[in-house]
Design a protein around this ligand. Structure first.
Ligand SMILES: Cc1ncc(C[n+]2csc(CCOP(=O)(O)OP(=O)(O)O)c2C)c(N)n1
Ligand code: SF4
Length: 284
């Protein structure tokens, strides 16, 4: 990936494709030119435009990090919360008003580091949220410390001799936590990112998208090129109903598979709580 100039970013934002989503664009993103997070943002612009979600019914909730800047760049409502606390904030918003479309965005540090304790419970409760985890395998905002997804051996300000901790894999975590929609995408594949974010928002229940989203400034080891060499689409005959098979494919590091690993139609938290309220079911 060549380092994009500020001008080329602006040209991209004004391109014919981007102009279709101009109603959704808010402040000009402050990310570094070439940051992978741009693709996640464009994917979300395209998804909400395609799904014709009214801006008054749309909320983006984030934690802290470069990824946490998301709500400033998209119209609708936004909440830039505390580091690692985006999921509980979003859960409260969704429970208070189930009619809203609530999208949660955060980094790998935010989501599987400090906020890692919230992820299993948002997933297993099947809250009707879409969680986009922008993984650059580093803490970007705080200028390049290792994160829970950094590979062993990676040098950084906090690992001058190389990282000695084993990395965790957000996609296998989501599968283990019983998320009902689990996908992985790469921010070089813009159309795939938009398509899968659209499907995730349409999904009834907790949808999780792991975005491989390089930090072009602080991570010199995990880059567009290093990921490009190992990513591959999931096998065409992959059965998205088979969670244990999905787990094996999600754990693979060469290739690193992209696509929808798991999708299951089952009542969401909102559905079940409405049915209980109406006296239609009683918890067993
Ligand atoms: C409670 C708390 N601890 C630590 C910080 C400092 N901090 C801000 S962002 C961040 C990590 C950001 O990394 P990540 O979540 O991966 O997002 P990125 O910036 O890479 O998009 C840290 C440690 C904080 N703001 N609040
Ligand atoms: S520091 Fe890294 S993650 Fe943050 S905006 Fe710049 S490229 Fe993106």
């Amino acid at each position: 990936m060549s380092f994009l100039s500020k001008r080329s970013v602006l040209e991209g934002l004004n391109s014919a494709k981007a102009s279709k989503t101009k109603e959704w664009r808010d402040n000009l993103p402050t990310w570094c030119p070439g940051c992978g997070h741009f693709t996640g943002l464009h994917g979300l612009y395209e998804a909400v435009e395609k799904l014709k979600i009214p801006q008054k019914d749309f909320v983006v909730v984030s934690g802290i990090g470069c990824s946490g800047r998301f709500p400033f760049f998209i119209k609708g409502f936004g909440l830039h919360g505390l580091h690692g606390r985006a999921l509980p904030l979003a859960t409260g918003i969704k429970i208070a008003n189930p009619a809203l479309t609530v999208v949660v965005v955060g980094g790998d540090g935010d989501g599987v580091g400090i906020g890692g304790g919230h992820f299993p419970h948002a997933a297993r409760n099947n809250f009707n949220l879409t969680y986009i985890l922008l993984d650059n395998s580093i803490y970007g905002l705080t200028k390049g410390q290792i994160s829970p997804t950094s590979p062993m051996g990676m040098k950084s300000g906090t690992s001058p001799y190389g990282n000695i901790a084993r990395p965790i894999n957000p996609t296998t975590l989501a599968l283990a936590y019983e998320a009902t929609f689990v996908a992985r995408v790469f921010s070089r594949e813009r159309d795939m990112v938009s398509d899968i974010i659209t499907k995730a928002i349409q999904h009834n229940g907790f949808s999780f998208i792991h975005v491989l989203s390089p930090c072009v400034v602080f991570n010199k080891l995990i880059t567009y090129n290093s990921w490009h060499e190992v990513v591959a689409d999931l096998p065409a005959d992959h059965d998205t109903q088979n969670r244990s098979k999905a787990m094996g494919l999600a754990a693979s590091i060469d290739p690193i598979y992209l696509g929808i690993f798991h999708q299951e139609n089952t009542p969401s938290f909102d559905d079940l709580s409405q049915q209980i309220k109406k006296g239609l079911i009683t918890p067993a």
